[in-house]
Write a protein of this length. Sequence first.
Length: 281
Amino acid sequence: MLKQRIITALVLLAVLLPALFHPSPVPFTCVMLALIGAAGWEWGRLNGYGGGVALFLGAEALALCALSWWLGLPQRPLPVLWAIAGAGWVLAGGALLRAGPTGWPRIPKAVRVTGGLLALWAAWLAAVQARHIGINFLLSVLVLVWVADVFAYFAGRAFGLRFTKAKLAPSISPGKSWEGVWGGMIGVLVLAFAWAAVDRAVGAGVPSLYSHLASRGVWLLVLGALFMAVMSVVGDLVESLVKRSVGAKDSSQLLPGHGGVLDRVDALLPTLPLAMMLASL
């Protein structure tokens, strides 16, 4: 299993890193199109569709993103869209977690499918627009999610249930603790201040999310970083909720040793649009 995970991770990095650091944003945009198409197919399967319907939903997600690319949306300022997407994630994410796994099947399937496809589209558009802003900006968002996940894992292992004596969401993801969430938030705060300091020291031509927030005040940097850390947890929990409600361990087996695409990008689905929302304030 470990060997499989390592091989898959190396293959993904071999594809993603050259696309990310290419002088043109086109290769990264194409890689993201493929990932969103695969995630759309997984979303169809998680909602009870198989075969042709799931493939159609994947193609629909891909076509929606491709149409947005053709219309030139990644190069346009979209503050209203990002405000709507951010509010949607906060409100819908909170409502879904409050209802728990038993609440998911009560939502009409058409609403579930449409909402998921729109979330995938918004994440794609946010990622590509972030790449157009600059590699430093996009990386600052991607690394935030990775740091939050790593710090949460080690804090949960070291201090889980030591202070709160209660799990974060036992009916959704029994392995997560409040100590893990706090550890992730601390890790993101350290990352935010360090990244902003490096940007300031080297005079980065393209601001990161953190230097953008810091330029408006330290308080906004703190609040923005904590907010993003919390919403990365919400994205993770929402996908876990959907899988638990349908009895699925992974969204698919497209990535051997890692599960599916949705399993890898769940925390990015809310954080990418929210980063664009914060950047457009």
